[in-house]
Design a protein around this ligand. Structure first.
Ligand SMILES: NC(=O)c1ccc[n+]([C@@H]2O[C@H](COP(=O)([O-])OP(=O)(O)OC[C@H]3O[C@@H](n4cnc5c(N)ncnc54)[C@H](OP(=O)(O)O)[C@@H]3O)[C@@H](O)[C@H]2O)c1
Length: 410
């Protein structure tokens, strides 16, 4: 479909929320309002948008209103934008009509969802429309799942360049991640749990390591995510379950399928957190048990209700000090298929807290990348690696405080 002229390169929907405001602040500081990027803030309440604009001290930022439940207002907003960048979540509650509007109007789209069940529903419902309209739809453009998805791509490209083969197995290990949850994220986690408690087929989907793979694509030997403590010989440390693995691993495996099995048909991928140096078996097992029990507790209605009372409410999140003092460091160990002396290790770091400071920058740069960069993919549901790949890595390194390096085997 020929591209129609659009008023804006990027419309940031949800600019009144916690993460949306951070993304707006980043876009303003980085791109201004009268420069090369034409962008607008959008939300359901004009009054609240005006308040955010006042806080940002720039009366020139254009404002648009649309309610997540009104098809006509969403379509009108989508038709004005090259890219809709949305932080309106939980996405399973408030995001479906917007995806439909973007897929049908040929509007590119990125978000911060980590809701696997919802992504599956959106792919199945709108892939054909997105292919026909040319809309590139990219979920998971925050801490889940950009460091995982682009980290694996980066490591595999280095492995190919050096040894002519992809790593057969990549282990993603969180060395450190300092930050806190926001109310919107808590609401999303609880909503997944509420849906799963009611629906057996959904529980089955969430347990499927290839839950996001295209229908009929090859699957490898990956099994379920780590739930206990496991000693990792390559890192010489105990490892613990990582809460985001359930999302990130599905995204990385979908990337392999969308990249024509570039990582191999027998590619394996897993994620875990490294226990602190010196952590022994007993402490590791106790810590892993406590983490698993904490997640399992959310499946129990009354405990969920208590969690809702004490955890941050929608609109609330970590302070500026917490965000600025936050950071993360991740190691990805790639195992050479035949010669362990040729293993390679990549490191990915971020300069702010993973969930908000860094996430808002990753999301904003994903939107700008979709709007401005030459990308080879057509319309459809993509992952960060399969849609934007190395182009986005370059942007994130240049402007968003991320680093990608090969630290061993180079
Ligand atoms: N993947 C990651 O790494 C990551 C990191 C951070 C956040 N997230 C996700 O991002 C989402 C937002 O998080 P947050 O902490 O920013 O949440 P938040 O502060 O609660 O913000 C939610 C936004 O959605 C808007 N909204 C709610 N209902 C709406 C409706 N019916 N129509 C239009 N807009 C509506 C709110 O508008 P009002 O101001 O008018 O209420 C607000 O702008 C969550 O789903 C969270 O899980 C993901």
């Amino acid at each position: 479909m020929a591209e129609s002229p659009r008023d804006f390169d990027v419309v940031l929907y949800g600019a009144t929320g916690f993460t949306g405001k951070l993304a707006a602040e980043y876009l303003l500081n980085k791109y201004g309002v009268d420069g090369g990027l034409r962008w607008a803030m959008a939300g359901r309440s004009l009054g609240k948008l005006e308040q955010v604009r006042d806080e940002l001290q720039n009366g020139n930022i254009p404002l648009l209103t649309a309610d997540s439940d009104e098809d006509a207002s969403l379509k009108a907003m989508a038709e004005k934008a090259k890219v809709i960048c949305t932080t309106v979540g939980p996405y399973a509650l408030y995001g479906s009509k917007l995806v439909a509007a973007c897929a049908s109007t040929g509007t590119h789209y990125c978000d911060l969802t980590g809701e696997t069940q919802w992504m599956r529903r959106m792919i199945d419902a709108h892939q054909a429309d997105a292919e026909a309209s040319g809309a590139r739809i990219v979920h998971t453009c925050g801490f889940d799942s950009i460091p995982s998805d682009l980290g694996v791509l980066f490591l595999q490209n280095a492995m190919q360049a050096k040894h002519g083969v992809p790593a057969q197995h990549v282990k993603y290990r969180v060395v450190e991640a300092k930050g806190e949850f926001s109310g919107g994220t808590v609401a999303s986690l609880i909503n997944v749990m509420e849906e799963a408690v009611k629906d057996k087929s959904l529980r089955k989907l969430l347990m499927d390591p290839y839950a996001l793979n295209p229908e009929g694509s090859p699957t490898g030997d990956d099994v379920n995510d780590q739930t206990g403590a496991i000693y990792d010989e390559d890192f010489e440390r105990w490892t613990l379950p990582f809460v985001m693995a359930a999302i990130n691993t599905r995204v990385v495996r979908r990337s392999n399928a969308l990249l024509d099995q570039q990582y191999g048909d027998d590619f394996r991928y897993d994620e875990a957190m490294l226990g602190p140096k010196g952590m022994g078996a007993l402490k590791a097992k106790i810590a892993a048990g406590a983490m698993t029990a904490g997640t399992a507790a959310l499946a129990i209605g009354p405990l969920r209700a208590i969690a809702k009372r004490f955890l941050p409410k929608p609109g609330e999140g970590p302070s500026q000090e917490v965000r600025e003092n936050g950071f993360y460091e991740i190691l990805l160990h790639g195992i050479h298929p035949t010669d362990r002396d040729k293993d390679m290790v990549a490191k990915v770091t971020g300069d702010m807290d993973p969930g908000y400071g860094s996430t808002s920058k990753m999301l904003a740069e994903s939107a700008v990348c979709l709007a401005k960069d030459e990308l080879s993919c057509g319309g459809g549901f993509w992952t960060p690696a399969s849609a934007m790949g190395e182009v986005l890595i370059a942007r994130l390194e240049k402007d968003a405080g991320l680093t990608f390096d090969i630290v061993s085997g180079n």
